[in-house]
Design a protein around this ligand. Structure first.
Ligand code: ARG
Length: 460
């Protein structure tokens, strides 16, 4: 017996291995809701267009509701022979309501059907991801505000550079995520067009109403070109590009969390519930969650490359290659959702070790630039000031003293321009407070940035 959906021109059944090799039902059944949603809209439109009677449309709607119930009850039998989610559902509908079920596919192809389903699926996921991203950003604002006055070393080349506030550092992460959010919204906007009606590739001879199905499915409008509609997967690539960028940002933050929890940095503590122990070393508390987020960035980057490579040589219009779009996309969605959830739960639970951060900032001569700037204000050219401070640092290294620990007499050995007011700039507090402009690390600027960020988030 040849295939029940398209076997008319075939003289032998599909090879069993080929059936398994070409089937996608094991993974695309995940889109059953969107597939049924699309079919309900299509049937509604076919009745409006005079292709189906009211009774036929109602029978299809009723049957699809029953199919949904079966799938959700776990009693639906997915079949490899029926290849994919689309044909499984259509066959089940026909089994329930008889020949009317066979009319559903009028004026449509699996090519525009699957293009519609993936867009609907991804749109739903984007909305969930957007919420989770916002929750993480709210968590960042919560601790950035709390840590607005906490001083830590800021690094370049991972060497102590200048003191910054911990709140300021966390707001840097916030900004990365702001851009990720806007990339996600751009992606959603561009993909929110309905391919339904493109049919196999050229459109259809039935008097379909593409505006109606687009509207019923919440799309902004129908896509413009039928060939493009069934072959385009750039929305999936764009989503994966967003996902890679987001994971890159989370990975960089993860790396810092891992470093900061080490005994060598000792800047923060992660609650035990986000860590695991060692089976051999009893003292261990490992930051597994940030490590895994960092690690999972690799697979998401892989999915992006996978989809780009999938598309690179495909001629128009639909090719079976496109069936390979789903697994990478689904895994990118799942990985991003889980990683965001992990971060959104973990970030507000971080505690800072303020003394240890403060000591680390002092140890690295982080106010050396402030001393140079002080000399410049007193009239010394910057290059000369750089030299004077360099010598003071060399002395500090030798004597084991931070600049702020030296006496005025000790400092004046390097320049008599130095007066007692130098201590206002040599302290860590003075250094951060002096960077008092938009985007600067001063505690009051951090608080102002948090306030602005809260108003952005409130507008979402
Ligand atoms: N399962 C297919 C996919 O995921 C659906 C479209 C198949 N169309 C076709 N003409 N074989 O892309």
């Amino acid at each position: 017996k040849t295939n029940q959906q398209w076997g008319g021109r075939f003289s032998e059944p599909t090879d069993a291995f080929v059936a398994r090799y070409t089937a996608s039902v094991n993974f695309d059944q995940r889109m059953y809701k969107q597939d049924i949603q699309g079919s309900i809209a299509h049937a509604t439109m076919l009745e409006q267009a005079g292709v189906l009677t009211v009774e036929e449309r109602d029978a299809i709607h009723q049957g699809l509701a029953e199919v949904t119930a079966d799938i959700e009850a776990g009693t639906f039998e997915w079949s490899i022979e029926l290849e994919d989610v689309h044909m499984n559902i259509e066959a089940a509908l026909t089994a329930k309501i008889g020949i009317t079920g066979k009319k559903l596919h009028t004026g449509r192809s699996r090519n525009d059907q699957v293009a519609t389903d993936i867009r609907l699926f991804l749109r739903d996921e984007i909305d969930i991801i957007a919420k989770e991203l916002t929750r993480l950003q709210e968590g960042l604002l919560f601790i950035a505000e709390r840590e607005a006055d906490t001083i830590m070393p800021g690094f370049t080349h991972l060497q102590t550079a200048q003191p910054v506030t911990f709140g300021h550092h966390l707001l840097a992460w916030f900004e990365m995520l702001q851009r990720d959010y806007s990339r996600l919204m751009d992606c959603r906007k561009r993909m929110n067009q309905s391919p339904l009606g493109a049919a196999a590739l050229a459109g259809t001879t039935y008097p379909i109403q593409r505006d109606l199905t687009a509207q019923l499915l919440g799309f902004d409008k129908p896509t413009e070109n039928s060939l493009d509609s069934v072959s385009d997967r750039d929305f999936a690539i764009e989503f994966c590009a967003f996902a890679s960028m987001l994971m890159t940002h989370l990975s960089r933050a993860s790396e810092e969390l891992v470093l900061w929890t080490s005994a060598q940095f000792n800047f923060i503590d992660l609650p035990d519930r986000f860590c695991t122990g060692s089976s051999i070393m009893p003292q261990k508390k490992n930051p597994d969650v940030p490590e895994l987020v960092r690690g999972k960035t690799g697979r998401v980057n892989g999915h992006l490359i996978c989809l780009l490579t999938l598309m690179k040589s495909q001629p128009l219009a639909y090719n079976k290659d496109n069936q390979e779009d789903k697994e990478p996309l689904f895994d990118a969605v799942d990985t991003v959702r889980d990683s965001l959830r992990a971060f959104a739960d973990m970030i507000p639970a971080i505690t800072s070790k303020k003394e240890s951060m403060y000591e680390a900032a002092k140890r690295g001569f982080s106010t050396a630039t402030d001393l140079a700037d002080y000399l410049v204000v007193k009239g010394m050219p910057f290059r000369d000031a750089h030299e004077v401070v360099g010598k003071s640092v060399a002395y500090g290294l030798e004597s084991g003293k931070d600049l702020s620990d030296m006496t005025l007499e000790e400092l004046q050995v390097f320049s008599d321009t130095i007066q007692s007011d130098v201590f206002d700039v040599l302290t860590l507090e003075g250094s951060v407070a002096a960077r008092d402009h938009i985007g600067g690390t001063a505690p009051n600027q951090v608080r102002a940035a948090v306030a602005r960020a809260k108003t952005f988030l409130a507008q979402r």
